[in-house]
Design a protein. Sequence first.
Length: 459
Amino acid sequence: MYGKLIKPELDELLQSRNFSTIKELFEDMHPSEIAEILQDIEGTDRLVLFRLLPQDVSADTFTYFESDEQHDLLKLMGKEEAAHILNDMFADDRTKLLEDLPPNVVRELISQLSPQEKLIALTLLNYPEDSVGRLMTSEYLAIKEDMSVLEVLQFIRENGKDSETLNMIYVIGDDGTLIDDIRIRDLLLSPLNSTIKDLRDEQFAALEVNQPQEEAVSVFKKYDRFALPVIDSNGKLVGIVTSDDVLDVAEEEATEDIQKLGGMEALEYPYLATPLFEMVRKRGGWLIILFFSEMLTATALGFFESKIEKAVVLALFLPLIISSGGNSGSQAASLMVRALAVGDVNLRDWWIVFRKELLTGVFLGAILGSIGFLRIVIWSKFTNMYGANPILLGLTIGFSLVGVVLWGTMSGSMLPFVMKKLGFDPAASSAPFVATLVDVTGIVIYFTVASALLAGTYL
């Protein structure tokens, strides 16, 4: 909000090249606020303003830009300036930048790093994509258990400046194996002559370096930590992951699931940064699949063409029937996809979900069926469009709604379980796909019930 308030003033100062005043405005601002302002400045003016920042602020500000904006800014910089920014970035933020760039650009940027930072960058990029190893940073503090509290506090003063977080200190063995973690609070409240061994409780949580990033979200949620250590297959401490990176993962996963639920492939870039043809490709594939699937609806209608000719009134309620089934299926699918994503339910819970959704579908279908029945009976008092036996027609609509809503609810709730069991993303069983499935089967259910109840009257 503060950044938006000074934007007109900043434009005026930029035009008059009053850089000293701009530097004063930036001095009291958080790097995120500075980045927000600079994002609204285009071209070389953004670089001019960026160069006004102190060295210890510029790298922090750079991390708050979107990846495409970071890339554009680096292209405007000289090699020496770009090297300074890349070397001063935290390793996890730098990895996030590099993994979104083309290989040739990555090679060029890595060549500008110092030998130590180059080794760190290459090590992190060698971990599998979407693994915890890509999220972690090597900027942390590790101590031995035979150190005294006084020695640890002195160690923190001397080395803590380069650590991404000082909330936790990690205790390692002689071979680098993680054996515990200690809160800074416990250190500050302990006698200076006590040892770390005296403070250990041997209760700590850790992530594995090859663990999927989405699993890290649930681990952070479970243990309520600001940072978690990362270990390799031998239990050795190789880095830490902080909550800000996990929040980014959670946001990306939620965005991806929402987009898939909408019946499209997940976008790889923000909406405004996604090229037109990429947008068409991501959305067109599913639309084509759903279009061909909906052709089955026409096939099903053709099968019941003779019944529609005999009782045209049945066609009046067809949209009502199939949309109710699609809506109930979309609701169930959305609930199950999210529940599976956040760990509220697991594959072993399918039978519990099945029973619950079975009863839910029956009740929801009964509610809608009752409304449909009453609608026909009441309207028949004022019109003869429903024929000579509106009660029988109302029962047909009512029972059809019970069947279709029940089927939609069961399909929407069980399909995500099937997808997850087969190793696919449950979100791929998107609401539009469920709706298409229920459209076809809803027609069959509707006309089957009609054939049974209206034989000898309407049919």
